[in-house]
Design a protein around this ligand. Structure first.
Ligand code: ADP
Ligand code: MG
Length: 214
C-alpha cells in the first residue's frame, strides 16, 4: 500500500526518468527524425544528465526545492521546445507542492495538474494536437478519477502510467498542429509523437518510484 510520496521517492523518480532518457535516447531521436529534427532523445538525455549532475551535489529536503531545481535546470540546459515545456511542468509542480517533505495522493495530483496547466500556458496545446499533452492530460485525469474512487496511490499511479501510454499510442494517426511536426501537415500522420513518448516514460517511472519497484 502506498498512500503518500516523499522527497526521497520523488528524487528516485527523477533518477529513474534520467536513466530512462539515456536508455531511450536513440528511440526518441528516431521518432523525432520522422516528424521533427531528430533531437528529442539528445535534448532529454542532456537535460536530465544536467539534473542528475546538479542533484549529485546534495539532495534537497523539500519537494518544492527538488522539483523547482529540476525545472530550472531543464529550462537552462535544453534548447528545444521540450526544455521550456518540461521545465515549466516541474517548476509549476514544485510551486504547487510547496515546502513539504511528503504529499498525499490529492497533493501529488494537484501538483501534477499544475504542471500540466503550465505546459498548456506555455505551449497552448489542445487535445489531439499530437504533443506531450496527449499523453499527460489522460494520465492526470486517470490519477484524479482513481483517487476519487479511493484507489491506493501506487495503483492509481500505475493507472496513470497506462493512460499516458495509451495517449502516446493514440498520437500515431494524428496530424500535428503544434511544434515542428506541424510543418509537415498531413505527412505527420502515421508516426508517434516523440514528446508523448517521453511523457509516457515520465509517468511509468513515477509509478515505479512510488511503488518502490526494482
Ligand atoms: P524541438 O521541437 O524544438 O526540436 P524536441 O524535439 O525536444 O524540441 O521536442 C519536441 C516535442 O515537444 C514534440 O514531440 C511535442 O510533444 C512537444 N511540443 C512541441 N511544441 C509543443 C507545444 N506548443 N505544446 C506542447 N508540446 C509541444
Ligand atoms: Mg526536435
Amino acid at each position: 500500500m502506498t498512500s503518500t510520496i516523499d522527497t526521497a521517492a520523488l528524487h528516485d523518480w527523477i533518477s529513474r526518468f534520467a536513466t530512462a532518457m539515456t536508455e531511450k535516447r536513440e528511440w526518441l531521436t528516431e521518432l523525432d527524425s520522422a516528424i521533427g529534427d531528430a533531437d528529442h532523445g539528445a535534448n532529454m538525455a542532456r537535460g536530465m544528465a544536467a539534473v542528475v549532475e546538479k542533484l549529485s551535489g546534495g539532495a534537497p529536503d523539500t519537494i518544492d526545492d527538488l522539483l523547482k531545481g529540476v525545472g530550472m535546470t531543464l529550462v537552462s540546459s535544453v534548447g528545444g521546445a521540450s526544455g521550456p515545456l518540461y521545465g515549466t511542468f516541474f517548476l509549476r509542480m514544485g510551486v504547487t507542492a510547496g515546502a513539504v517533505a511528503t504529499l498525499d495522493g490529492a497533493g501529488l495530483a494537484a501538483a501534477l495538474r499544475a504542471g500540466l496547466d503550465g505546459i498548456v500556458a506555455r505551449g497552448k496545446p489542445a487535445a489531439g494536437d499530437k504533443t506531450m499533452y496527449d499523453a499527460m492530460a489522460p494520465a492526470v485525469d486517470a490519477l484524479d478519477s482513481a483517487l476519487a474512487d479511493g484507489t491506493d496511490l501506487g495503483a492509481a499511479l500505475g493507472g496513470a502510467a497506462d493512460a499516458a501510454a495509451a495517449g502516446r499510442d493514440a498520437t500515431l494517426p494524428l496530424v500535428a498542429r503544434k511544434g515542428r511536426a506541424s510543418y509537415l501537415g498531413e505527412r505527420s500522420a502515421g508516426h508517434l509523437d516523440p514528446g508523448a513518448a517521453s511523457t509516457a516514460i515520465l509517468f511509468e517511472t513515477l509509478a515505479a518510484a512510488a511503488q518502490g519497484a526494482d
